[in-house]
Structures are given as C-alpha cells and as structure tokens.
Design a protein around this ligand. Sequence first.
Ligand SMILES: [Mg+2]
Length: 368
Amino acid sequence: MDENLIRIHPEMMNEQIILHLDMDSFYASVEIRNNPDLSGKPVVIGADPMQGTGRGVVSTCSYEARAFGIHSAMPISQAYHLCPHAIFIPPHMATYAQVSATIMQILRGIAGEIEQVSIDEAYLDLSCDRSYELAAHHAANIKQVIRNQVGLTCSVGLAPSRIYAKMASEQQKPDGLTVVSPDTLESFLKPLPVGKIPGIGKKSAQVLINAGLQTIGDIARCDIQTLQDMFGSHAVRLHQIARGQDREGLRESGKRRSISREHTFLRDSTSPDEILGSLHTMILSLCHELEEQNIYSRTIGIRIRYTGFITRTKSVTLMQPTREVRVIECAIDGLFTEMWDRSPVRLIGVRFSGLIHPDPVQRSLSDF
Ligand SMILES: [Mg+2]
C-alpha cells in the first residue's frame, strides 16, 4: 500500500469524516443492467407518456435522456416532446427495492451503522479512518464492491459533515468520487451557486440572488442581520453552512423515517373502485419493501390531491407496528372514506412512517 495512504495527520485525529453515496440514475440504471439492449439509449422511467398526452412525471432517466433536457420530476408529456424516441418504462418498484436492499446490506457490512435516506442514497461515518487519504481509499473500495456485486455505479462524496458530503457527491456524477477535506472546504464552497445548498429551493435561491448573493462565498461574507431579514431563524444555520462551520453527522442512528408511493390518474378520477384499486397496488408495493428490509410501520398516511392541486393529508397511528397488507388496507380504507368528498382526484399517495427496525436477537414484536 502507498505509504501516503496510511499516514495519519495529527491535526485530523478527531475530525469527523462523513461519506454520502448516491446511486447514478438508479431506476434507469437497474433497467439497463437487466436489459443491456437499453445501454447507450435515452431511457425514461415514469408514467406512460401516451404519445405526449400522458399525466404524471419522470421518476428517473438515463444520462443519454438528460442530454435531451429531460430530468426527474418533469411532466412525462414534456419529456415525450423533448425526445419522442426515448424508451419509456414504467417503474418496477419491487425490483428496485430488492437491489436497494442488497446495496444497503453491503454498506452495513462495511461501515456498521449507516443512515439510509432514500431508496438509493445513504450516509456512512468513516471517522474511524482518521484521515481523508484513508477514507478516500475506503470510498473507492466501496464503489468497486458495489460495481462488482450489483453491477451499478454510484457517486460518492467525502466531507466533514453530512450536508457537505451530499454537496460533494453531486459534484462529479456519474461514477464520481469527490473528497472535500477541512483544508479544501472553504475553496470548495466559495464558488458554488447558492442553489447547490441542499434545502435551498428555487424560491429561496431567487431571494438570495435578488439580494446580490450569487455564490455560497457571497453568503459567507454577508452579515447575519441581512440574512435574518430574509430567512428569519434559518439564517444562523445557513450562515454556518456557508462558512464551512457545519459539522452535523449521521442522524437517528441510520433509521429511515418513512417510505411512500403516489399515483397520478390519467384522467381525474371520481371512481371509488379505481382510487381504491390504485391504493391497493401502492400498499402491496410498500408492504413488499417493508418485508424486504425487515421493518414495520406504525403510522399509515394518505394524501389526496384534487383537481386544482388542493392537497389533503391524513394519517393514523396503529396500536402495533405492522406490515400486514390486510391491517394496512383496513386503515387506508378508513382514512379514505373519512377524507374523500367525492370531488375528482388527480393524485393519490400512501406514506408509511414511524418505521420500526426490530433487532431480531433481542426483541420480538410483542416488546414494542
Ligand atoms: Mg440517485
């Protein structure tokens, strides 16, 4: 091994090293892996485009599709107009959940505790490596293991806090490895546009730009009072992040907080059969994911968006955590009947939260 890789810098002895891993265009990559004929082609995962009249949005697309300007969350009809010859594939959630479970298992095997934040994203704490050189070596190894065992690429960022690690992993997609050590953090942050800060949406970015703050470096130099006038109580954290002072590590000892599905109807629906049928499909898919990951849900929620984008949500917390389809369906039916005012429904969603990860050795379900 290169001597440099095992040298420990004394000033970094107690430095926190967080890794963020994000699979590259995950759903599309799984489809391409399973069907190599799709390789090199624009592939779009999402609702049926129906020759450009379809409803719903793009879930993920391949990098070839991105070249046409297609991106996640774009209306599927728009994606169709941008690239009618793209290959449109409906999502196969059960498959993605399975692949995800394998990846997370690999990561747990490597790092012990992880924080999984979505189906294809996780944070790991590599502080044990003690130096960024070693952690970078470790990160390259993780990428290699995932490539060998799962056949997919991911992008990884290493940095002193979770938010900087996430920003780092975004820097060189696909198949990137970006290391931002405490020494390089300031120069990394300084030139980035303000919109690169996770949690800064388009609106907040515009507020900052209107105030003459284009880059993260501009925010760092700005006085806190000016920021407080714009963002109130969030200003302190924003300032801290921009100045490279954030050191937040993994959250909630790596447990996911919720999983959800939603469905947009082709035509706004007033048919209880159609709506309940769609809820049933989502419940099956979510229960499958609970099963795969060996977790249970305590809180079951439903979201209804009516014509005109009015959205209502309601949830119920059960006596016992469960992943039984029958029990969950009963809860959802109850919520739906209470909520639905018979107006046309544009979108329906189901969300399981209060997720419980039982420790198979020490606990049985009856202990909850
Ligand atoms: Mg991803």
